[in-house]
Design a protein around this ligand. Structure first.
Ligand code: HEM
Length: 285
């Protein structure tokens, strides 16, 4: 089975030109199988989660009733990125599975929106958000080991509750960085193969071999995103994850959910003095 499509360049050399479009179905089926396997595991086999009890009990009254999680700017970025990502997936792959339309202009326009929003996100996350909160730390790695050992029945202490993001979310974010930056960097170059408003068309910028590799990388990262986005949407609508999804809409999560899943020592909530009450008030972003 050939995973790439090949052609012969003017000098008689065989060069790759695209991925084999069959990979669209491979990615979609892989995503679907993951979703089905996970749903069956959670429904029939998973034991209730256990976390290490707090050495010093936490006073819930010190936590606001509405725990701020995502600022308005971070939420706006997320939804702009989601809209452009869906547009890119649909415009790229519908024509390949038989639904023909003039897709290229919509595709590079959505690509430009994604590129600008990701550049903005990198700047915003580096200077205005807690940059390290999305990268695995030592406790995540130790707890991942503990979770695996407990899964196979070994007597090790339970893991601690999560910091702002569980390890799974951090790993997912890493995968999105790899696939997202691959489509963005290759996509920006590929814009010089078609007519856009950004720069003059120049299909001779690279050799046929380099263009071929670029289209292949763009396609591979693109089909990877099919599976990644399917899994992301699945977790977003799972009942136990809905408080997290709601926080991406409204910006906050409830105190109960925060205390259940997150460790206030690992994810410290900064509450402006003016918005605190003895019962815990809504804190500002
Ligand atoms: C979810 C993200 C994306 C997916 C799934 C995706 C997928 C694809 C696919 C499958 C193709 C056809 C490639 C081929 O013929 O071998 C393509 C072409 C293209 N993409 Fe993307 N892409 C994405 C993001 C982007 C971004 C961010 C940009 C621009 C910054 C972009 C710009 C382009 C351009 C200019 C073409 C070339 C059209 C042509 O030569 O006819 N894409 N994309």
């Amino acid at each position: 089975m050939n995973l790439l499509q090949w052609a012969i360049d003017p000098w008689g050399k065989i060069v790759p030109i695209h991925i084999a479009w069959l990979l669209i179905w491979v990615a979609a089926i892989a995503g679907l199988l993951f979703v089905i396997a996970h749903a069956i595991y959670v429904r029939y086999f998973a034991k209730p989660r256990q976390f290490r009890p707090d050495p010093v009990p936490i006073d819930p009254a010190k936590i606001p009733a509405y725990v701020p999680r995502h600022s308005l700017v971070a939420r706006a970025f997320h939804w702009i990125m989601a809209a452009s990502m869906f547009t890119l997936l649909l415009t790229a792959f519908l024509p390949k599975v038989g639904i023909q339309f003039d897709w290229v202009t919509y595709h590079w326009l959505a690509g430009a929106v994604l590129t600008v929003s990701v550049v903005f996100h990198i700047f915003h996350a580096s200077f205005f958000l807690d940059f390290w909160s999305i990268w695995p730390d030592k406790i995540d790695l130790r707890d991942a080991q503990r979770r695996i050992l407990r899964f196979v029945g070994k007597p090790v202490p339970p893991p601690e509750r999560f910091a702002k993001y569980p390890l799974e979310n951090k790993l997912y974010h890493g995968a999105i960085i790899v696939a997202g930056l691959s489509v963005i960097v290759t996509g920006v170059f590929m814009m010089s193969r078609v007519r856009t408003i950004f720069f003059p068309r120049n299909p001779y910028l690279f050799s046929d071999m380099s263009w071929g590799m670029m289209y292949v990388l763009h396609g591979l990262a693109g089909v990877g995103l099919i599976a990644l986005i399917m899994v992301h949407v699945y977790f977003g609508i799972r009942p136990e994850k809905r408080p997290i999804t709601k926080s991406m809409i409204f910006g906050w999560m409830s105190r109960d959910f925060y205390l259940e899943e997150h460790d206030p020592n690992r994810w410290v909530i900064k509450i402006p003095a003016s918005s605190q009450t003895s019962t815990g008030a809504k804190a500002e972003d």
